[in-house]
Write a protein of this length. Structure first.
Length: 210
Protein backbone atom coordinates (compact mmCIF):
# COMPACT_ATOMS: atom_id res chain seq x y z
CA UNK A 1 0.00 0.00 0.00
CA UNK A 2 2.76 2.43 0.95
CA UNK A 3 4.59 1.58 -2.28
CA UNK A 4 1.66 2.74 -4.40
CA UNK A 5 1.45 6.01 -2.47
CA UNK A 6 5.16 6.60 -3.06
CA UNK A 7 4.89 5.80 -6.76
CA UNK A 8 1.72 7.85 -7.14
CA UNK A 9 1.16 10.39 -4.31
CA UNK A 10 -2.35 11.27 -5.52
CA UNK A 11 -3.42 7.69 -4.79
CA UNK A 12 -3.55 8.42 -1.06
CA UNK A 13 -6.77 10.41 -1.62
CA UNK A 14 -8.36 7.47 -3.41
CA UNK A 15 -7.23 5.23 -0.53
CA UNK A 16 -8.95 7.45 2.03
CA UNK A 17 -12.10 7.60 -0.05
CA UNK A 18 -12.26 3.80 -0.36
CA UNK A 19 -11.68 3.32 3.38
CA UNK A 20 -14.54 5.71 4.15
CA UNK A 21 -16.75 3.99 1.60
CA UNK A 22 -16.06 0.54 3.03
CA UNK A 23 -16.49 1.66 6.64
CA UNK A 24 -19.85 3.34 6.15
CA UNK A 25 -21.35 1.42 3.23
CA UNK A 26 -22.22 -1.88 4.89
CA UNK A 27 -23.05 -0.23 8.22
CA UNK A 28 -25.49 2.27 6.83
CA UNK A 29 -26.96 -0.26 4.42
CA UNK A 30 -27.89 -2.67 7.22
CA UNK A 31 -29.32 -0.02 9.53
CA UNK A 32 -31.37 1.59 6.77
CA UNK A 33 -32.76 -1.80 5.75
CA UNK A 34 -33.84 -2.41 9.35
CA UNK A 35 -35.53 1.00 9.50
CA UNK A 36 -37.33 0.28 6.23
CA UNK A 37 -38.52 -3.05 7.59
CA UNK A 38 -39.94 -1.32 10.67
CA UNK A 39 -42.14 0.75 8.38
CA UNK A 40 -43.04 -1.78 5.68
CA UNK A 41 -43.22 -4.74 8.11
CA UNK A 42 -42.65 -7.23 5.30
CA UNK A 43 -39.39 -8.59 3.89
CA UNK A 44 -40.84 -9.01 0.42
CA UNK A 45 -41.98 -5.40 0.32
CA UNK A 46 -38.50 -4.28 1.35
CA UNK A 47 -37.02 -6.42 -1.44
CA UNK A 48 -39.53 -5.17 -4.01
CA UNK A 49 -38.85 -1.57 -3.08
CA UNK A 50 -35.07 -2.02 -3.26
CA UNK A 51 -35.44 -3.77 -6.61
CA UNK A 52 -37.58 -0.97 -8.03
CA UNK A 53 -35.14 1.69 -6.85
CA UNK A 54 -32.29 -0.40 -8.27
CA UNK A 55 -33.92 -0.43 -11.70
CA UNK A 56 -34.44 3.32 -11.49
CA UNK A 57 -30.78 3.72 -10.57
CA UNK A 58 -29.71 1.66 -13.60
CA UNK A 59 -31.80 3.88 -15.88
CA UNK A 60 -30.30 7.02 -14.37
CA UNK A 61 -26.80 5.57 -14.74
CA UNK A 62 -27.39 4.93 -18.44
CA UNK A 63 -28.65 8.48 -18.88
CA UNK A 64 -25.61 9.90 -17.09
CA UNK A 65 -23.28 7.81 -19.25
CA UNK A 66 -24.84 9.34 -22.34
CA UNK A 67 -25.12 12.97 -21.28
CA UNK A 68 -22.73 13.77 -18.41
CA UNK A 69 -19.70 15.76 -19.55
CA UNK A 70 -16.27 15.02 -18.04
CA UNK A 71 -15.80 18.64 -16.94
CA UNK A 72 -18.98 18.41 -14.85
CA UNK A 73 -18.04 15.23 -12.98
CA UNK A 74 -16.87 16.84 -9.74
CA UNK A 75 -19.94 19.09 -9.61
CA UNK A 76 -22.24 16.12 -10.33
CA UNK A 77 -20.53 14.11 -7.60
CA UNK A 78 -21.11 16.93 -5.12
CA UNK A 79 -24.80 17.13 -6.01
CA UNK A 80 -25.10 13.34 -5.75
CA UNK A 81 -23.32 13.32 -2.40
CA UNK A 82 -25.64 16.03 -1.09
CA UNK A 83 -28.69 14.00 -2.16
CA UNK A 84 -27.32 10.90 -0.43
CA UNK A 85 -26.70 12.85 2.78
CA UNK A 86 -30.21 14.30 2.62
CA UNK A 87 -31.67 10.81 2.23
CA UNK A 88 -29.98 9.65 5.43
CA UNK A 89 -31.63 12.51 7.31
CA UNK A 90 -35.06 11.89 5.80
CA UNK A 91 -35.72 8.26 6.69
CA UNK A 92 -34.37 8.19 10.27
CA UNK A 93 -36.27 11.36 11.18
CA UNK A 94 -39.57 10.40 9.55
CA UNK A 95 -40.32 6.69 9.68
CA UNK A 96 -43.26 6.80 7.28
CA UNK A 97 -44.10 5.32 3.89
CA UNK A 98 -43.71 8.72 2.22
CA UNK A 99 -40.30 9.14 3.83
CA UNK A 100 -39.26 5.78 2.38
CA UNK A 101 -40.38 6.87 -1.10
CA UNK A 102 -38.44 10.13 -0.79
CA UNK A 103 -35.45 8.27 0.62
CA UNK A 104 -35.46 5.78 -2.24
CA UNK A 105 -35.72 8.45 -4.93
CA UNK A 106 -32.93 10.53 -3.40
CA UNK A 107 -30.62 7.53 -3.26
CA UNK A 108 -31.60 6.29 -6.73
CA UNK A 109 -30.63 9.68 -8.16
CA UNK A 110 -27.77 10.58 -5.82
CA UNK A 111 -26.03 7.20 -5.97
CA UNK A 112 -25.30 7.22 -9.72
CA UNK A 113 -24.49 10.94 -9.70
CA UNK A 114 -21.93 10.42 -6.95
CA UNK A 115 -20.47 7.02 -7.81
CA UNK A 116 -20.48 7.18 -11.60
CA UNK A 117 -18.93 10.64 -11.61
CA UNK A 118 -16.01 9.71 -9.36
CA UNK A 119 -15.17 6.23 -10.70
CA UNK A 120 -13.33 7.52 -13.82
CA UNK A 121 -11.30 9.89 -11.66
CA UNK A 122 -9.83 6.91 -9.79
CA UNK A 123 -8.84 5.36 -13.13
CA UNK A 124 -7.21 8.61 -14.18
CA UNK A 125 -5.19 8.66 -10.96
CA UNK A 126 -3.98 5.14 -11.78
CA UNK A 127 -3.01 6.53 -15.18
CA UNK A 128 -0.59 8.90 -13.41
CA UNK A 129 1.58 5.97 -12.36
CA UNK A 130 4.86 5.73 -14.31
CA UNK A 131 3.77 2.29 -15.56
CA UNK A 132 -0.05 2.19 -15.42
CA UNK A 133 -0.51 -0.93 -17.55
CA UNK A 134 1.90 -2.95 -15.44
CA UNK A 135 0.47 -1.73 -12.12
CA UNK A 136 -3.26 -1.56 -12.83
CA UNK A 137 -4.07 -4.84 -11.06
CA UNK A 138 -2.11 -3.71 -8.01
CA UNK A 139 -4.25 -0.59 -7.82
CA UNK A 140 -7.48 -2.52 -8.30
CA UNK A 141 -6.57 -5.02 -5.57
CA UNK A 142 -5.54 -2.14 -3.32
CA UNK A 143 -8.95 -0.51 -3.77
CA UNK A 144 -10.70 -3.74 -2.83
CA UNK A 145 -8.45 -4.19 0.19
CA UNK A 146 -9.30 -0.69 1.40
CA UNK A 147 -13.01 -1.42 1.03
CA UNK A 148 -12.58 -4.70 2.93
CA UNK A 149 -10.58 -3.07 5.73
CA UNK A 150 -13.26 -0.40 6.09
CA UNK A 151 -15.97 -3.06 6.32
CA UNK A 152 -14.05 -4.99 8.98
CA UNK A 153 -13.56 -1.82 11.02
CA UNK A 154 -17.28 -1.11 10.80
CA UNK A 155 -17.95 -4.27 12.82
CA UNK A 156 -17.16 -2.22 15.92
CA UNK A 157 -20.08 0.06 15.08
CA UNK A 158 -22.36 -2.96 14.73
CA UNK A 159 -21.41 -3.88 18.29
CA UNK A 160 -22.45 -0.40 19.43
CA UNK A 161 -25.96 -1.19 18.24
CA UNK A 162 -26.15 -3.74 21.07
CA UNK A 163 -25.47 -1.06 23.69
CA UNK A 164 -28.07 -0.91 26.50
CA UNK A 165 -29.59 2.39 25.38
CA UNK A 166 -32.51 3.45 23.20
CA UNK A 167 -31.91 1.33 20.09
CA UNK A 168 -34.02 3.47 17.77
CA UNK A 169 -32.22 6.64 18.82
CA UNK A 170 -28.85 4.93 18.41
CA UNK A 171 -29.77 3.63 14.93
CA UNK A 172 -30.81 7.11 13.86
CA UNK A 173 -27.59 8.63 15.16
CA UNK A 174 -25.49 5.99 13.38
CA UNK A 175 -27.27 6.61 10.07
CA UNK A 176 -26.96 10.39 10.29
CA UNK A 177 -23.28 10.31 11.30
CA UNK A 178 -22.29 7.66 8.74
CA UNK A 179 -24.45 9.36 6.14
CA UNK A 180 -21.96 12.19 5.68
CA UNK A 181 -19.50 9.74 4.05
CA UNK A 182 -20.45 10.67 0.44
CA UNK A 183 -19.36 14.26 1.08
CA UNK A 184 -16.13 13.08 2.69
CA UNK A 185 -15.48 10.82 -0.30
CA UNK A 186 -16.17 13.71 -2.68
CA UNK A 187 -13.82 15.93 -0.67
CA UNK A 188 -11.04 13.33 -0.92
CA UNK A 189 -11.34 13.18 -4.71
CA UNK A 190 -11.63 16.97 -4.95
CA UNK A 191 -8.29 17.28 -3.11
CA UNK A 192 -6.47 15.43 -5.88
CA UNK A 193 -4.18 18.00 -7.54
CA UNK A 194 -5.25 18.83 -11.07
CA UNK A 195 -8.54 16.96 -10.76
CA UNK A 196 -10.19 19.39 -13.18
CA UNK A 197 -7.54 18.64 -15.78
CA UNK A 198 -8.06 14.94 -15.15
CA UNK A 199 -11.77 14.92 -15.88
CA UNK A 200 -11.34 17.12 -18.95
CA UNK A 201 -8.73 14.80 -20.43
CA UNK A 202 -10.50 11.48 -19.93
CA UNK A 203 -11.94 11.19 -23.42
CA UNK A 204 -8.72 9.49 -24.47
CA UNK A 205 -8.10 5.81 -23.84
CA UNK A 206 -6.94 5.02 -20.32
CA UNK A 207 -3.82 2.85 -20.11
CA UNK A 208 -5.04 1.62 -16.72
CA UNK A 209 -8.32 0.46 -18.21
CA UNK A 210 -6.94 -0.91 -21.47
Amino acid sequence: MATLARRNPDWRWVTRARLADGFTGSLIGLVLTILMFLVLKNEQQVGNFNGLMGLLGVGISLGLAAFMKPKHRIACALVGGALLVLSTFLLPLYLTAWAIVGFGLLRAIGGPLHGNALAPVALQVIDRDPAPKAMRYDYIVHQELCLAIGRVLSIGCFLLLAAPINQMLLARIVVVVAGVAPILIWAAFARIPGVTAIVQADTRALPAAA
